[in-house]
Design a protein around this ligand. Sequence first.
Ligand SMILES: [Zn+2]
Length: 70
Amino acid sequence: MKPPDCLGVVGKCTDCENPVLEYLCNQSLLEVRPESKNFDYWFSCSNILCKNHSGGGSYGYYYDDWVELK
Ligand SMILES: [Zn+2]
């Protein structure tokens, strides 16, 4: 299976200060995050122990409060 396409760092997590990564919502991502289905982008905290690791969906301009944009 191809890994999800990472677009890079969008900012940092306000809970743990780790980088928040953004991914393109495509088939590879859908296999690991079925809830990304209706979004264009998916962002998640890179710290697997963080509560924000599961992340959230975006259309490229909206991010959850825990993302401090760079
Ligand atoms: Zn975090």
